[in-house]
Design a protein around this ligand. Sequence first.
Ligand code: NDP
Length: 310
Amino acid sequence: MLGRMPNWFMALRLNGRKLAEEVEKRLQHEILVGLAKVDRPPGLAVLRVGDDPASGVYVANKEKACARIGVRSFGTHLPSGTTIDELLSKIHSLNKDENIDGILLQLPLPNKMEEGPLLAAIDPEKDADGLHTLNLGRLLKGEKGPRSCTPAGVMALLSRYQIPIEGKKAVVVGRSILVGQPMALMLQAANATVTIAHSRTRDLSGLTKEADLLIVAAGQPRMIRTEHVRPGAVVVDVGIHRLPCENPSNQIKGKLCGDVLAEEVEPLVSALTPVPGGVGPMTVAMLLVNTVSRWQQHCGLSFTLGDLLP
Ligand code: NDP
């Protein structure tokens, strides 16, 4: 898979939409099997604060995904003026609710509200996003637990397409707690040799050109171009941005793009994730995997999803 490829080689598109559908089917089946033994379905509580429109769309997508596979969603939408104490008390009541297996705090929060204490208040055993300090520590130590959804989705996609990781040089662009850092840990656990790049990295293209496997989560639209990529590399584009529309008067939304200039890079690489339809759907699928696996654990059912949690 990796190595120099002739110019006419068309990159393999790592289809996250298709894999997310396969994962959903499998989860739907696991829920039906479990419901023969226990009397309640898995439950996910999505806590949204304020009226950020993008968050509204993300929350609606997550709730639709829950409905498709038989997870009960307990949406809670609080006004932007909600205090930290009110939110903490809401989180504590969700922690105690026996019908809820996963809790997710939709970010960003309004009014520069600090997310740290709220994420820390979520019961780590109900941490659907895998972002609790204990669960990040479990990832670091190679212990089982909920995993950060986006990097776990990337690992599932690489595994599905049998992209070799062991012994490969991986470069992760971005060091956020949400994506870059857990991504690097997961690749390292899969025996890649991993380098993390960030905004202070010197000679970024010199570094990324070394990569057999390049994961880009920089939040910079179309920044990765041919000069950053080694021919034949596998490139995973985590970024998601909406470009301004060409004619604002016709009210059609601008196109989505990633952190990679796909038109330029695609003819050069051996595999690439499209945007949209690559990492995005896998993030939602892994949220469901975390929730259903927590349900299996809370209800004393057999744990059957270990292969999807890196
Ligand atoms: P953050 O803004 O939290 O982190 C961005 C990281 O990229 C930082 O570590 C920053 O470095 C680094 N960076 C920024 N500019 C450059 C540059 N020019 N060169 C090298 N490194 C750079 O973003 P997130 O990690 O939260 O998200 C990254 C992208 O992924 C965004 O586009 C986001 O929308 C998308 N995303 C997509 C998801 C999906 O489901 N598809 C889910 C989550 C995120 P430094 O630390 O030095 O500031």
